[in-house]
Design a protein around this ligand. Structure first.
Ligand SMILES: NC(=O)c1ccc[n+]([C@@H]2O[C@H](COP(=O)([O-])OP(=O)(O)OC[C@H]3O[C@@H](n4cnc5c(N)ncnc54)[C@H](OP(=O)(O)O)[C@@H]3O)[C@@H](O)[C@H]2O)c1
Ligand SMILES: [Zn+2]
Length: 367
């Protein structure tokens, strides 16, 4: 599994890959990484040194100014991900890198040292039919970059998106996984002006992004959370209807009072899949990207076909989506919601905050 998730253009792992801690040389300059050394939760994060990598021909080194964490990283850290097991330790997670280019390989022409950039963490083969015809996130060999919980990242240069002067690296680091995924889901459900979009679990990374981006599209939103205090913070970010609760029966009744929804952004799975179908209008669309509340869902098949409802799987987004989001931030259409930043040495505390469901929006590490 590990080779699949770390394949860089299907080449074997480069000796400079952030996940490898071998290859130390006596005079190599060290950088710090927040490595997962145990898959037992936040206590398994250790700050260790490793040599600064050299970029390969098509790679760039980025001095990381910020890296967002996602529930994906937490699952790895909790031992709840098929992609990393104890044989892979120490493991450097972190997908959402933004910073300043420090050095580039000899074949790199799209970025120069000193450029401010954000990474699209998609890793695609470049040769399959989906890479040729698009969209790229359908790539048959799709995987994700990991290595952002560090001071320096060694990345594919063609996955770097230049940042305009007015877009900071901290806000840019919030964008790739959460906002790119939510934006792609909104595109998949064809959300448009005046639509009503249901976002169960509206207070996390993908949830807040879904609410903010629905508002950017002119759509209205219904969001849920177990916490009234967290939902209160969302009303200033564009949430139109806030519902406190986690019981699907209670939520179904409360949403029915607002009206049938045109689309659902479902990152929770579990019982929220049938709930989403229940509140959808005829011919409505639900995109599903996650399984926080359960990896299996029981659904009512006659309701699906008699209601002409559409159930859509969706993973990440395209680099074009990320470029659009950077432009929208530059235009002032929205500001990524960042709950808190942590220094690299406190990466474990950031994962504890995610586990404890304390935050609204994104948690970032700023090495
Ligand atoms: N397929 C993809 O490409 C892709 C990309 C990004 C994310 N995802 C998936 O999307 C999901 C969200 O990711 P994220 O990084 O946004 O996570 P996150 O920030 O941790 O999400 C927090 C949200 O989830 C809710 N939540 C947490 N545990 C819950 C539970 N047991 N039952 C119901 N709600 C719960 C929280 O509700 P409260 O407000 O009540 O605490 C909060 O609204 C994950 O499953 C992730 O793997 C998939
Ligand atoms: Zn491909």
């Amino acid at each position: 599994m590990r080779q699949f998730w770390h394949s860089l253009t299907q080449e074997p792992l480069s000796p400079n890959s952030p996940v490898l801690l071998t290859g130390w040389t006596a005079n190599a300059k060290a950088m710090r990484i927040a490595a997962f050394t145990d898959l037992t939760g936040p206590d398994g994060v250790s700050i260790i040194d490793r040599p600064t990598p050299e970029p390969g021909r098509r790679e760039a080194l980025v001095d990381i100014e910020a890296c967002a964490i996602n529930r994906h990283d937490l699952w790895i850290l909790e031992g709840d991900s098929a992609m990393v097991d104890t044989d892979d330790l120490p493991f450097v997670s972190g997908l959402d890198v933004a910073g300043v280019v420090r050095d580039v390989g000899e074949d790199v022409a799209n970025v120069d040292p000193g450029d401010r950039v954000v990474l699209c963490p998609n890793e695609t083969c470049g040769t399959c039919r989906y890479c040729r015809e698009g969209p790229e996130n359908l790539c048959e060999n799709f995987s994700l970059y990991h290595g952002g919980l560090a001071e320096i990242a060694c990345v594919r240069a063609d996955r770097l998106v230049a940042l305009p002067d007015d877009v900071g690296t901290v806000e840019a680091a919030a964008l790739p996984t959460a906002y790119m995924t939510a934006y792609h889901m909104l595109r998949r459900v064809e959300a448009g002006p005046t639509d009503l979009v249901f976002v169960p679990g509206a207070t996390g990374g993908v949830g807040v992004a879904g609410v903010q981006l629905a508002a950017v599209l002119g759509a209205h939103s219904v969001g849920t959370s177990s916490s009234r205090a967290k939902l209160d913070r969302l009303e200033s970010l564009g949430l139109d209807h806030a519902i406190v609760g986690t019981d699907p029966d209670q939520l179904r009744t409360a949403i029915a009072d607002i009206g049938p929804v045109d689309s659902v952004l479902n990152h929770l799975g579990g019982a929220y899949t049938q709930l989403g179908l229940d509140v959808l209008r005829r011919n409505g669309r639900m995109a599903v990207c996650g399984r926080t509340a359960g990896g299996t869902s029981e659904i009512d098949i006659p309701d699906l076909f008699l209601g002409h409802k559409r159930l859509i799987g969706s993973t990440m987004g395209t680099q074009g989506d990320l470029e659009t989001l950077v432009d929208l931030v530059d235009d002032g259409a929205f500001t990524p919601e960042i709950d808190r930043t942590y220094p690299l040495s406190e990466a474990g505390a950031a994962f504890t905050a995610m586990q404890d469901r304390e935050s609204v929006g994104k948690l970032l590490i700023t090495p």
